[in-house]
Write a protein that binds this ligand. Sequence first.
Ligand code: ADP
Length: 545
Amino acid sequence: KPANERQRLPVVPLGIERDEFTKALAELRGQLGAEHVEINDKPLKDGWYMEHPNTHDMMTILDEEELVASAVVYPGSTEEVQQVVLWANKYRIPIFPISMGRNLGYGGAAPRVRGSVTVDLGRRMNQILDLNPEDYTCLVEPGVSFYALYEAIQAKGYAHMWIDTPDIGGGSVLGNTIDRGVGYTPYGDHWACHAGLEVVLPTGDVIRTGMGALPGSNTWQTFPYGFGPYSDGIFSQSNYGIVTKMGMTLMPNPGGYESFMYTFPKEEDLGPLMEIIRPLRISNILENVAQVRHVIQALAALGQPRSKFFTGSGPIPAEVVHAAATTATAVGDYTWAYYGMAYGPAHIRAHKLALVDAEFKRIPGARRVDPATLPADEYFWARDRVAAGVPDIHELRWVNWTPNGAHVAFSPVSPIRAADATALFALGKRAHDRYGIDFFPAFCVGLREMHLIVEIVFDRDDGAARRAALDCLRDMIDEAAALGYGEYRTHLVLMDQVASTYSWNDGALMKFNERLKDALDPNGILAPGRCGIWPKRYRGRGWEM
Ligand code: ADP
C-alpha cells in the first residue's frame, strides 16, 4: 500500500487497555453509526488551513505524535453529544471537543492529553438555526464558520447586518468566541457580543444559559443574562462543558466605511503613538480594534520566503528589512503602521478622520497612505475586508516566511500606554534575539487594553527551530509575568505555564477552578488539562508541562 494508506498503530489513552478501548469504540459505533467513529490509524497528514487535519496540530511545536487523538467521533445532535459524554464516563476515556479545529497558533485540533477521543462537533452540527433580521442576532451550531455565516447573510439579502470576523475567516464562530478570540469591527470582542449558550455538561446533563432557561422565551439572543448567576463565563476558555449552540449579536451595517493607514518612521515612535491612540480609542473616535504593526510584517505579508531578502542566520537585520520594504512593497519603508477604519456615512467619517489625522500627525514623519495608490493584493485591502466584517485568508501568507511554515503566538495584555508598549516590545525583542528568531510584533488595540500579538513563524519540520520557538515563548511568558503582564489566550502546550502565572493569593483562582472541575466533571473526562485545569484523577501525576 502507498505510505499514506498504511496503518499506524493508534494511540490508546493512558490507563486503558487496548482491548477495552476497542470494545468501547465498537459500542460507540453502534450508537452513532460506524461511519461517525474513526480510529486515528493512518499516517498524520498536515494538509493546509482549508483542509486541516482533526487528528493533531498541523502546526505542531512538539513532536507531532505527542498530542494526537486516538479516534475522532462525529455527533450529529445535542443528544448524540450527550451519548458520547455518557460513554466517556462509562469507560473513563478523555474526550476533547472541537468545533472546527482551525485554532492554529493555539494548538489547532490537537487534544491536550495524548490519545483523547476528539469530538468533532462541526462536521455534522453545522446549521445556522436562526438568523433574525429584526433583532440582528443569530443562533449557530459549532460547525458554522465565519465564511458560512457571512455567505448566509448575503444569500438572504440581509445587507443591513454585518458579522465580525477574526484575521482568518475559516474557523468556527462558536469555537472562536468561547476561546475569546477577537475581530476588527466595533463588534470585535466576540465573547462580549454573544448571547446565550446550550451546553452539554461533563455528566451528560444539558443546560441553556441566560433567557434560554425560560421555556418559550423569545429573548435568548437579545438579553444575555437571564436571572441568577451569569454562568456563561465558566464555559469560555475552560473544560466545563461542550457548547452545542450559541447566540450571537450582529452589527448593523454602518452605512459606509473607510479604511485608513498611517505610517510612522522610527521605532521610538511607538510610545508617543500609544499615548495618542488611548484617548481616541476610549472615546470611540478610533472605532475598531485596530492594529499597530511593525514593517517586517509588511514584508512577510507579501507571502515570499525570508530567504528572498536575507540568507544569513539569526534575525534578519533591521537595515535589510527597511531596504526591502522600500523596494518590494507598495507602501514603502516605515517602522510602525496603524491600520484602522472609520464607519458611517461620508460626512460622519470626515469629522472623525480629521481628528485622527491631526492627532497622528503630531508624530514627526507620520504619513497617511493614500489607498488609491495601493494595488489590489496589498495587505491593506485584507485589513479593509476584515474590518468590514468580510472573511478573508490573506493573513496566512506570512506563514511562507520559513519553509514548512507554522506559527505560534505570545499574546500578553497591557494598558494602552507608552511605558507598557515599549516594555513589552523590548522584552519580546530581547527574547527573539536570544534565540535568533525574527520578531513580528502587532499591537491590537481593544478599548482600554491592548493585546500584543507576537506570532513566531517556524519550520515545523526542523526540531531545533521548534525548540527555539518554544523556549523563546516560555522565556517571554515568565519575563512578562515578572513585570505584571499575563496572556489573554495561549497554545495548548503553554497552558500550564500561563495558568501558573495567574497565581495571586497562593493560586486561589486555580483552586477555585479545580473545585468547579471536580464538581462538574467528577470522572475527569472532559478535555483534561485544557487551560491548565486538571481534574482530580490527573493532579499531581506529572501531566503539567
Ligand atoms: P476554530 O474556531 O478556530 O475552528 P476550534 O474549534 O479549534 O477553533 O476551537 C478552539 C478550542 O476551543 C478547541 O481546541 C476546544 O478546546 C475549544 N472548543 C471549541 N469548540 C468547543 C465546544 N463546542 N465546546 C467546548 N469547547 C470547545
